[in-house]
Write a protein that binds this ligand. Structure first.
Ligand SMILES: NC(=O)c1ccc[n+]([C@@H]2O[C@H](COP(=O)([O-])OP(=O)(O)OC[C@H]3O[C@@H](n4cnc5c(N)ncnc54)[C@H](O)[C@@H]3O)[C@@H](O)[C@H]2O)c1
Length: 441
């Protein structure tokens, strides 16, 4: 871990994640550039925070999206991740537009300000617990944002993201989410058909995200406990929100999409940890959840998600309509709507060319910036995250959790202190006996 990573307090992160009141008091340097008035070849300086797999991919997609994009600055908790990201980007055909000298490489867990001072657009791709603070800083600084999912992992983070989304709208800054299926042509067509009402009202939605466990990064002798947790962030609830928030939030978001953005009033459910090896790298996350979401007007939607080895895998959404039934396979191009007799009324043709949804996110982001008509995904993306968070709260506690319980919760996942070691793995929550959500320490 770099020296810059040590010695941070939760107050710093919470303070910076809190409503970005500083926005109104910003100096000239923070005034957003209006790209709508610029011609296409003009340079757009892009910075990336979180130089892992997704971040490196997002930077490459930004390069492909607009000929004016220059990858201008990189930030990560660890210098070796910046190095490997840079190495990857230098394989890109547009490597001449990757211009990141040493003085625009920022290593540390709280270096967002330094990167934001250098760029026009920022790609937020670090572990999600850091996202609300980074987003608040980005909009306060007048930067356009690509924001990976999940955008928050707790109630305070949700409220911060909602406020940042409001500020982005007010300041005409683009805020594009990493909910990639929202940028996928087949899903857009199918959800458009559902929301048109032609197949009737939505009666209920069932979603699955059943998959294998993610890998771990084995401890190296020189790592502190904090390094181990940051390197294995997906396995720690304080960093990732658990896999219901980190991964299955995609399915939750499709549930929210099918419901036309209506949010549940409450939820309850089950979850546990059976199959994870009890090694520090495997952290404290559960390996399965099943949540039932209740809506004010009647529907009861279900989400089932699992990360267990050697089991049946499935990532599908089943939507019951008053005049039919819709099916979506998230991992394949099978999407259809049938009438109650089982006859097809709509289907996505698998022969049609489907643009890469990750690329479309960036194509639309930069087009919207250039056109001066910034996309703002803020409110719906935050709501989908809170739905997943309330599911986790319900499973961890064994209680019924209302939307307000989750929204107004003061339980922060950010650790109270950031000392590198000792930092034991938090205990795995037990429903009925361990109501508090675990934080880093
Ligand atoms: N939309 C999708 O389909 C999709 C797919 C994969 C990942 N993701 C999301 O993208 C994000 C990154 O995932 P990934 O797979 O690239 O993980 P990763 O581990 O490969 O990369 C994360 C990087 O962030 C760095 N990091 C840790 N703390 C940081 C901090 N405080 N500031 C800056 N950098 C920090 C890590 O060192 C690491 O290099 C996650 O939120 C994940 O859920 C989305």
């Amino acid at each position: 871990m770099s020296a810059e990573s040590a010695g941070h307090s939760r107050r710093e992160f919470i303070g910076s994640a809190a409503p970005a009141v500083a926005a109104g008091a910003l100096g000239l340097g923070a005034v957003p550039r209006v790209f709508g008035s610029l011609s296409a070849p003009d340079r757009i300086r892009v910075g990336l925070i979180g130089c892992g797999g997704r971040g490196t991919g997002a930077a490459a997609q930004a390069l492909d999206a607009d000929p004016g994009v220059v990858i201008w600055a990189l930030a990560d908790a660890f210098q070796d991740r910046i190095d490997s990201c840079l190495e990857g980007l230098m394989q890109h055909t547009a490597k001449d537009r990757v211009q990141v000298p040493k003085d625009r490489q920022f290593a540390g867990i709280d270096v967002a300000d330094r990167l934001l001072a250098e760029v026009d657009v920022v790609l937020l791709c670090s572990p999600p617990v850091f996202r609300p603070a980074q987003l608040a800083k980005a909009v306060a600084a007048g930067r356009h944002v690509f924001c990976e999912k999940p955008m928050c992992v707790d109630g305070p983070g949700y409220r911060s993201v909602m406020e940042s989304a409001r500020i982005a709208r007010e300041r005409r800054l683009a805020l594009v989410s990493g909910f990639c299926w929202r940028y996928s042509s087949p899903e857009r067509a199918l959800f458009g058909e559902i929301l048109s009402g032609r197949a009737g009202d939505v009666i209920g939605v069932e979603c699955t995200y059943l998959t294998s466990p993610l890998g771990v990064r084995t401890r190296k002798p020189e790592w502190s406990d904090l390094d181990l947790q940051l390197r294995n962030w997906q396995h720690f609830t304080w960093l990732s929100g658990d896999h219901i928030v980190e991964q299955a939030v995609h399915s939750v978001d499709k549930m929210a999409w099918a419901m036309g953005g209506r949010m549940p009033v409450s939820c309850y459910g089950v979850g546990s940890r059976f199959t994870r090896e009890e090694v520090p790298e495997r952290g404290d996350v559960y390996d399965n959840f099943a949540i039932l979401y209740e809506y004010a007007d009647g529907p009861r939607n279900t989400l089932m998600c699992r990360q267990q080895p050697n089991c049946f895998n499935d990532n599908t959404d089943h939507i019951t309509l008053s005049r039919g039934y819709a099916f979506i396979n998230g991992w394949g191009p099978t999407l259809w709507i049938r009438n109650p007799k089982g006859n097809p009324v709509w289907s996505w043709s698998s022969d049609a060319e489907v643009p890469n949804m990750y690329q479309v996110e960036h194509d639309e982001l930069f087009r919207s910036i250039r056109a001066g008509r910034p996309i703002n995904d803020g409110a719906w993306m935050a709501n989908s995250c809170l739905m997943a968070i309330m599911g986790r709260m319900a499973a961890y506690t064994g209680l019924k959790v209302t939307w307000e319980d989750a929204r107004d919760s003061d339980e922060s996942m950010l650790p109270a202190d950031w000392s590198p070691s000792p930092r034991p793995v938090p205990p795995v929550p037990k429903p009925g006996v361990a109501p508090p959500q675990p934080s880093g320490s």
